[in-house]
Design a protein around this ligand. Structure first.
Ligand code: GDP
Ligand code: MG
Length: 455
């Protein structure tokens, strides 16, 4: 998996949103800190990290939630959009379409030693060949003795035409030698020699090749493990060697990939392809939307949001919170709350976590039978008037007999329910308004950590 570390941290963060009971300033602050930590660990430049998270925070705090989605979904969307925004500056049309407009279309790959130019030459050839483009590759690397053989072997394996001249020492002459033959192809990919650094010598060599080849597209190949320093490199190659796009390789093997991706995205040489392994198939056209969606695990997240929504709608939680704070908590609320909890895990465990319930010293066997009891409560409540449900205090004497008879249960069952209600209400009143939210958050986290969800 590409950028596994970053992906896991960001997924964890977004799952926190999904699991949180309320979207509030505290959650947003925590989210922003989490994202900062995750990006810094992926070697994203501090300044850029601050910029991204500042935008996320501002939008999360100020923007109104669109009517069609929940607050949580909105928050997740903001994170998604801002990350895409940072990776996606400078939109472009698909290279495949561009290639079809000119024959031969010439792509030149440049970069430092070991960045992955030769491997990527093979990968690109394979990529476009599979899309019906008649492709040839040519090596102009006269520096490394093995460069010729390496590309020749790759070309053979993927079955594309290969050109090169082991005896010739001048890269531009090699290209000239085969220029006529290369005109027969839709696409020509030119592999070049690297150096340890962008030296004057390399600049000179590439400028000469540029003049001779006149590539339609020059890509800088960068290894992801250089992290945020990719920005300097991309800028330097852009300024000196006419590079208009970047291919980041080895994203499969480094924790710093996020840094190199975001660094290049902010230069004038945006990332166009990524290399995700050593094999010729391990190449992807870089599309920020899909990429960020995958990193954030949007598919899984949507499922989680959906699941949480089923158990507790935002309106529900807000209403319950409101009622508790005002002390308006009634039997119907107690019942609704129990039903919602039931969807989230085994009831015996959940009961412990409902404010008041845990401390209410409910006998063990009572808890055991709670699921059955809840069903009976429903019958009991069906036999109550609206007034009785809203103000259970009026349920005394004759009413007790009437309700238990009407519901087909017993008077002790009803007394039990009322006792539980009184205990809950008493304990809820005792809780300070400020601590309530914290308690509920804690309770939800405990519950979900326990058994509720699988990711
Ligand atoms: P060049 O000097 O720029 O031509 O680099 P090469 O193409 O020879 O690649 C250098 C090394 O990096 C080779 O061992 C490749 O197998 C490896 N490599 C290139 N791209 C990737 C990639 O996307 N993932 C991984 N894991 N290795 C890669
Ligand atoms: Mg090479």
């Amino acid at each position: 998996m590409v950028l596994e570390g970053l992906s896991n941290s960001l997924k964890g963060t977004l799952q926190k949103i999904a699991k949180a009971l309320f979207v509030d300033d505290k959650l947003i602050n925590e989210l922003v800190k989490d994202i900062q930590r995750a990006l810094l660990q992926s070697d994203v430049n501090v300044q850029l990290v601050l910029e991204i998270t500042k935008r996320i925070k501002e939008r999360a705090l100020k923007e109104e939630t669109p009517k069609t989605i929940s607050k949580k979904e909105h928050l997740v969307n903001i994170v998604y959009e801002e990350l895409v925004n940072f990776l996606g500056k400078g939109e472009h049309k698909s290279l495949l379409e561009e290639i079809k407009t000119k024959k031969p279309f010439k792509i030149m790959l440049v970069g430092l030693f070991g960045s992955g130019k030769t491997t990527t030459t093979g990968k690109l050839a394979n990529y476009f060949k599979k899309r019906g483009i008649k492709t040839a590759v040519i090596t102009t690397d006269t520096w490394r003795p093995a460069a010729y053989d390496q590309l020749e072997q790759t070309a053979k394996k993927i079955n594309v035409a290969f050109f090169g001249n082991k005896q010739e020492k001048k890269p531009d002459k090699i290209y000239k030698q085969f220029e006529k033959e290369l005109n027969e192809y839709d696409l020509v990919i030119i592999d070049t020699a690297g150096r340890d650094a962008l030296s004057d010598e390399l600049i000179e060599e590439l400028q000469l090749l540029n003049k001779t080849v006149q590539p339609d597209q020059a890509f800088l190949v960068i290894s992801a493990d250089i992290g945020q320093t990719a920005q300097k490199q991309a800028q330097a190659f852009h300024d000196n060697c006419n590079v208009k796009g970047v291919i980041i390789t080895k994203l499969d093997g480094t924790a710093k990939g996020g840094g190199s991706l975001i660094a290049c995205a902010v230069t004038q040489a945006p990332v166009r392809f990524i290399g995700t392994g050593e094999k010729t198939d391990d190449l992807e056209e870089f599309k920020p939307e899909g990429f960020v969606g995958r990193i954030l695990g949007m598919g899984d997240l949507e499922a989680l949001l959906e699941k949480t929504k089923e158990a507790f709608t935002e309106q529900d939680t807000e209403e319950i919170k409101d009622k508790m704070l005002k002390g308006n908590f009634n039997l119907q609320d107690l019942y609704d709350q129990m039903q919602a909890m039931k969807k989230m895990g085994p009831l015996s465990k959940v009961l412990d976590l409902i404010p008041g319930m845990g401390q209410a010293n409910i006998p063990k066997d009572l808890i055991k039978n709670q699921e059955v009891k809840i069903e009976k409560w429903k019958f009991l409540m069906d036999s109550m008037t609206a007034e009785e449900k809203e103000t259970p205090e009026v349920i005394t004497g004759k009413r007790i007999e009437r309700i238990s008879k009407g519901s087909g249960t017993s008077t002790s069952e009803l007394r039990n329910l009322l006792k539980q209600y009184r205990q809950s209400k008493k304990l809820m009143k005792m809780m300070k308004p400020g601590s309530l939210e914290k308690d509920m958050q804690k309770m939800m986290q405990k519950m979900q950590g326990g058994k509720g969800f699988k990711f």
